[in-house]
Design a protein around this ligand. Structure first.
Ligand code: G
Ligand code: G
Ligand code: MN
Ligand code: NA
Length: 254
């Protein structure tokens, strides 16, 4: 309850920040970033998202917080659009099930893009399998409405939820994100290796991009590259960092 009051106050006082983690292709070029919410609390210190996001979802604070994330992401895209290198990046934003379920979600995202002047083609929304429990038709309809404006969609944490492969046929997705739990032991656990190979093949056959999360070592990256996975995210390249450090990373590796 105390944390909930702090959450409300944190929003009002503007205590939240976005960190950015690069997404890198096989040539080492940064193709985009995932925006990750951070809460440097004045007395609690850095509160991890795994603590406050579930609470924000339970209490409904995720609606204004999610709006703040999207608004901040759009403002960042507008700033990057001034630069020839940063202007090519695609920014991925996590969307929670409760946020996506909001009947005004699609119109809200479009309104934020319009008022900020951000290019919808530079925005990617990360959805999770947990959203499928709701209503597949509604999900498809919202994705189509946003997709018509050029917004892209990734399925986050792929393979960890109650997945039925039939929904992959119906959802207008652009990318699968292989969950880090499969990447962690990919070199030592034959099951993880088989899963990774299969998911990469599935993505290619469905015409989707595929990104591996949680890549921490060169050896993991090499294995993934041999599986024809072409985009990576993880500590091997960079932790999630504040915007200035992210921009320096991109411009330094360009
Ligand atoms: O950085 P990491 O500890 O950064 O993130 C932990 C979890 O919090 C991840 O599952 C991530 O998807 C989630 N998360 C991070 N930022 C956001 C956000 O802006 N919105 C939502 N809904 N989830 C987020
Ligand atoms: O659930 P989601 O994929 O949205 O969140 C990504 C989470 O993974 C964040 O908490 C982020 O900080 C974390 N993360 C990113 N790269 C790595 C990595 O290489 N190793 C580990 N252990 N965690 C990572
Ligand atoms: Mn994510
Ligand atoms: Na994930």
């Amino acid at each position: 309850a105390a944390l909930e009051a702090d959450l409300r106050q944190g929003l009002a006082l503007g205590q939240f920040l976005l960190y950015y983690q690069p997404q890198v292709d096989a040539q080492g070029r940064v193709t985009g970033a995932e925006a990750l919410l951070r809460w440097p609390h004045p007395t609690r210190g850095m509160v991890p998202p795994v603590h406050f996001i579930p609470l924000a979802e339970e209490t409904g604070h995720i609606l204004p917080l999610g709006r703040w994330v999207l608004q901040t992401a759009c403002a960042q895209l507008v700033a990057w659009a001034q630069d020839p290198v940063l202007g090519r990046l695609v920014l991925a934003v996590n969307v929670s099930a409760r946020q996506f379920r909001d009947p005004d979600f699609a119109s809200g995202v479009l309104a934020l893009l319009h008022s900020s002047g951000a290019n919808p083609r530079r925005l990617k929304l990360e959805l999770t399998e947990s959203m499928l429990a709701d209503n597949l038709d509604d999900m498809v309809e919202k994705m189509a409405a946003l997709g018509a404006h050029g917004i892209r969609f990734a399925l986050d944490d792929f393979g960890t939820g109650y997945s039925s492969l039939s929904y992959l046929k119906r959802l207008p997705l652009d990318e699968l994100k292989i969950d880090q739990s499969f990447v962690r032991d990919v070199l030592v656990d034959p099951s993880d290796a088989a899963i990774v190979r299969t998911v990469v093949g599935l993505a290619h056959n469905l015409g989707l991009e595929v990104l591996a999360e949680g890549v921490e070592t060169e050896a993991q990256k090499d294995f993934l590259a041999r599986c024809h996975c072409h985009v990576y995210q993880g500590y091997l390249f960079s932790r999630p960092v504040p915007v200035a450090a992210f921009e320096a990373f991109v411009l330094g590796s360009a």
